[in-house]
Write a protein that binds this ligand. Sequence first.
Ligand SMILES: NC(=O)c1ccc[n+]([C@@H]2O[C@H](COP(=O)([O-])OP(=O)(O)OC[C@H]3O[C@@H](n4cnc5c(N)ncnc54)[C@H](OP(=O)(O)O)[C@@H]3O)[C@@H](O)[C@H]2O)c1
Length: 290
Amino acid sequence: MQKILIQLDTDDQPAAFDQVVAVDAGADRILSYGGINENNVEALVHGAIFTRGPADLNNTAIFVGGSNVAAGEQLAQRVAQTFFGPMRVSLMMDSNGCNTTAAAAVVAAKKHLELRGTTALVLGGTGPVGQRVAQLLAGECCKVRLASRSKERAAAACNRIVEGHKVERPEPVAASTTKESLAAAKDVDLLFAAGAAGVCFLSDGCLASIDSLKVAVDLNAVPPTGVSEIEATDKAVDRNGVLCYGALGVGAGKMQVHKQAVRQLFQTNDRKFGTEEIYHLALEMAGLQR
Ligand SMILES: NC(=O)c1ccc[n+]([C@@H]2O[C@H](COP(=O)([O-])OP(=O)(O)OC[C@H]3O[C@@H](n4cnc5c(N)ncnc54)[C@H](OP(=O)(O)O)[C@@H]3O)[C@@H](O)[C@H]2O)c1
């Protein structure tokens, strides 16, 4: 029986990126729908769950994507609410690559550092990727500082993280200039730059000035990078005593996790891949444990 991935995209035009990854992950057919939201998704979910018998539903799966992460979260929730009893298919949500990117970034750091008890700073921490990085770090018992240009936005993101998870609340900080970012990075072991594309937080020479810093991950590939000393292609490159990862250095791991998650969607009809599940998969693939 053919493996069918139903791509539900909140953007009008379904992302070619997610289609290509699905093909590479072994999906036989991809049925792509754009402009999908909570109000028009039900019939599509019914189409997924009422066509093949329960014993064959592992051959159908749903992927939720699109550029708007909040809309993707709501859509995935609505999809899950439409399932009942055995009438369900596996579901993955990775709008804008938020979950796979955050998972791959934290796993890259965990390869080098025991995360429990370490202090981490997430610059640009209010975005979909930064917030998930902070959530995963908090789940690893890191002491997390979450930075934004606005302390109120940082505090709101910290509140969202503790709402759904039994983790210590990250500390909200206001930081975006190099001076503010350096002050926020005092005594940190680990640093993530998760600001918008082209936003630079730390200029040349900063890495060496953070004495405690061991690992730095910059997720912004668009020049100038988030930490100007980090090249987008860096993958465990030692720069002034700090092990550095750039966006493309993390990207390879992200792609592997994305593909593996899509493959696993077809193992049973009840898998759910959100932030935590994708992180667990990324850990498993790296031979690590939480
Ligand atoms: N490597 C990969 O595979 C991969 C995949 C997906 C995304 N990414 C990259 O990961 C990064 C984070 O993605 P995202 O979608 O979470 O980003 P985003 O939502 O576009 O931006 C993250 C945060 O950056 C801050 N920001 C925006 N403009 C700023 C400015 N001019 N100065 C300082 N801060 C600014 C905002 O926080 P405040 O307004 O609260 O300050 C925003 O919440 C991006 O660079 C993205 O390109 C990489």
